[in-house]
Design a binder for this molecule. Structure first.
Ligand SMILES: CC(C)(COP(=O)(O)OP(=O)(O)OC[C@H]1O[C@@H](n2cnc3c(N)ncnc32)[C@H](O)[C@@H]1OP(=O)(O)O)[C@@H](O)C(=O)NCCC(=O)NCCS
Length: 160
């Protein structure tokens, strides 16, 4: 289990999360996740933005947006120095649980087609490819679309 502590992001986290997104997710692209855009997600009822902290230091974050039937994982990043320690898995598990609580049992996402690490990560978490979108990232890079159907835990009925 990851030792990271997960909590809701606050508006004042937005500049730091935008900088992490530029460096860790959007490298080589025109940055689209500005502090203002992230702040809107922090404030909006249809989105959940969370941060992972280790010894008080922000080492990862994720943003998910809820639609009527599907939740969309918009952003996820973990600092390189703490990777492979379960922080990414813990962030996604937290968001999936909040989707279940909201009654949303499908999560989808797009990732950069050349991001083999993220593809392996999402596959390990049960996500499956549902398609590819040519030029999705500013016409410069394709996207892989992935999806996970969240298991519904059925109540155990008493025998007889
Ligand atoms: C993708 C990312 C979020 C994973 O975060 P992480 O904290 O390192 O992931 P975890 O430690 O929770 O890994 C969970 C599982 O994913 C798989 N995985 C993660 N990184 C992997 C790697 N480099 N190679 C192979 N499998 C990997 C493994 O199965 C791992 O389980 P294990 O360590 O028990 O074998 C992180 O690499 C990252 O921030 N990348 C840059 C940003 C990005 O690509 N974001 C996603 C697209 S928006």
């Amino acid at each position: 289990m990851s030792p990271a502590e997960i909590s809701l992001a606050r508006r004042r986290d937005a500049p730091r999360l935008a900088a992490m997104s530029r460096r860790l997710v959007e490298a080589g692209l025109e940055p689209s996740w500005t502090a203002e855009r992230i702040e809107r997600h922090v404030a909006h009822d249809d989105s959940v933005a969370i941060v992972a902290k280790l010894r008080g230091e922000t080492v990862g974050f994720a943003i998910m947006q809820f639609g009527d039937t599907t939740a969309h994982l918009n952003l996820l990043a973990v600092e390189p120095r703490v990777r492979r320690a379960g922080v990414g898995r813990a962030l996604v598990a937290w968001l999936e649980e909040s989707a279940r609580v909201a009654g949303t049992f499908t999560v989808d996402l797009e990732l950069r087609a050349h991001n083999a690490v993220a593809e392996r990560f999402y596959r390990a978490l049960g996500y499956r490819e549902t398609g590819r979108i040519r030029g999705y990232y500013q016409g410069a890079e394709d996207a892989i679309r992935m999806r996970r159907e969240l298991a519904v835990a059925l109540p155990t009925l008493p025998a007889g």
